[in-house]
Design a protein around this ligand. Structure first.
Ligand code: PMV
Length: 313
C-alpha cells in the first residue's frame, strides 16, 4: 500500500493579481489530506469526507461531482502513462473541503503522487506540479495553480502563475490569527466576475494588480526579516486594493476591522474573497485579536502554517 498526504494552504498576499501574472505569497497549513492506494481488480474510490463507499470508476459512468477531482486525476494519469490494472483509493484526513483551504488541489497532488509511486512512474516535483496543475485547470477552468504548488512544496512560497516562479520564502513560523466567515466562497465564480470587470476596465485593474505585485514582493522581504509590524501594514494595503477590486464583503470587513481595533498590526481577506477566511498579524495580545474576530461573528480556526509539502510512504 502507498500512503500519501498533502497540506492545505492559505494565501497571504497577492490573490487575484496572481491570476494576471503577478507574484503571490502562499503558506501551507498543517491540515492534511490523506490518500491510501493499493492495487486491485477495479478502479474504486472510498471517500470519508464525501461519504462515498466503494464507488467503482467506469469509463461510461456519469460521475458524482464530489469525485471529479479524484476521477479526473485517475483518468489523466492512466491515459498519460498508459497504466493497466486497477487501484483502490481511500481518501480522508483533517483537511475538510469546508474552509476553502485547498482540499481540491491537495487531493489531485495526493492521487498523482500515489499512483506514480504505486505504478513506479518516476515523477520529480516539477513534473508532479505540471501534471497536477493541468488537471486542476481541466476541472476548474481558471486558476493560477498556487494551491497546487503549495500542496507539493509546502512551507511558504513566492509564486507566479503556471509555476513560472516557485521560490521558498525563508521563514520558520508566521504569527497569524485565522478567522473563518462561515460563508463558503466559490472561487471559480469570483475569478470569473473579476475577469468580466477586467474586460470592462483593464487599465484600472492593471494598476491595482501592479500595486499588489509590489506589495507581495515587499512582503516576502519583510517576512524573511520577521518585521511583523511592517507585514501587517502591507496586509492593510493589500486589503484596500482587494476592496477596490470588489472582492471583499460586509462580513470580511467586519472581521478585519475588529482585528485591527483589537490592536492587530494588519488584517486582510485570504483567497478569492466574498467568504472563506481572513487573516491577521496580531501584536502582543493574540487573545484580544481572536476574541474580537469571534465577536464580529467569525470562527477562529487554529492551524499552524509553514507546514511540509506532499509526503509518500
Ligand atoms: O479561494 P482560494 O483560497 O482558492 O484562493 C483563490 C486565489 C485566486 O488568486 C483568486 C485564484 C487563483 O487561482 O490564484
Amino acid at each position: 500500500m502507498v500512503s500519501v498526504s498533502a497540506p492545505g494552504k492559505l494565501m497571504l498576499f497577492g490573490e487575484h493579481a496572481v491570476v494576471y501574472g503577478k507574484h503571490c505569497i502562499v503558506t501551507a497549513v498543517d491540515k492534511r489530506l490523506i490518500a491510501n492506494l493499493q492495487r486491485s481488480k477495479d478502479i474504486s474510490i472510498n471517500s470519508m469526507d464525501y461519504k462515498i463507499r466503494n464507488y467503482v470508476l467506469d469509463k461510461l459512468d456519469k460521475l458524482p461531482s464530489e469525485l471529479k477531482f479524484v476521477s479526473s486525476s485517475i483518468r489523466y494519469f492512466y491515459d498519460k502513462y498508459r497504466i493497466k490494472g486497477g487501484v483502490s483509493i481511500a481518501t480522508g484526513g483533517t483537511l475538510k473541503s469546508s474552509y476553502g483551504l485547498g482540499s481540491s488541489s491537495a487531493i489531485i497532488v495526493c492521487i498523482i503522487k500515489g499512483l506514480a509511486k504505486l505504478f513506479r512512474v518516476p515523477l520529480p516535483n516539477r513534473t508532479l506540479f505540471d501534471v497536477s496543475y493541468k488537471i486542476n485547470r481541466l476541472v476548474q477552468g481558471a486558476g493560477s495553480g498556487f494551491d497546487v504548488a503549495s500542496a507539493i512544496y509546502g512551507k511558504t512560497l513566492n509564486y507566479v502563475a503556471g509555476g513560472k516562479v516557485i521560490q521558498k520564502v525563508k521563514v520558520k513560523d508566521l504569527p497569524l490569527v485565522i478567522g473563518y466567515t462561515g460563508i463558503k466562497a466559490h472561487t471559480p465564480t469570483i475569478v470569473k466576475e473579476v475577469a468580466n470587470r477586467y474586460r470592462e476596465n483593464p487599465e484600472y485593474h492593471d494598476d491595482i494588480f501592479d500595486d499588489i505585485d509590489k506589495i507581495s514582493l515587499k512582503a516576502k522581504d519583510e517576512i524573511e526579516h520577521k518585521k511583523w509590524r511592517k507585514v501587517g501594514s502591507l496586509m492593510d494595503k493589500n486589503q484596500e486594493l482587494l476592496r477596490k477590486l470588489g472582492v471583499s464583503s460586509f462580513k470580511l470587513e467586519e472581521m478585519v476591522n475588529a482585528a485591527k481595533d483589537a490592536g492587530a498590526y494588519g488584517a486582510k481577506l485570504s483567497g478569492a474573497g466574498v467568504g472563506d477566511c481572513m487573516i491577521a498579524i496580531p501584536d502582543g495580545s493574540v487573545e484580544a485579536v481572536k476574541d474580537a474576530i469571534k465577536e464580529a461573528g467569525g470562527q477562529v480556526i487554529s492551524i499552524k502554517v509553514n507546514a511540509d509539502g506532499v509526503k509518500a510512504n
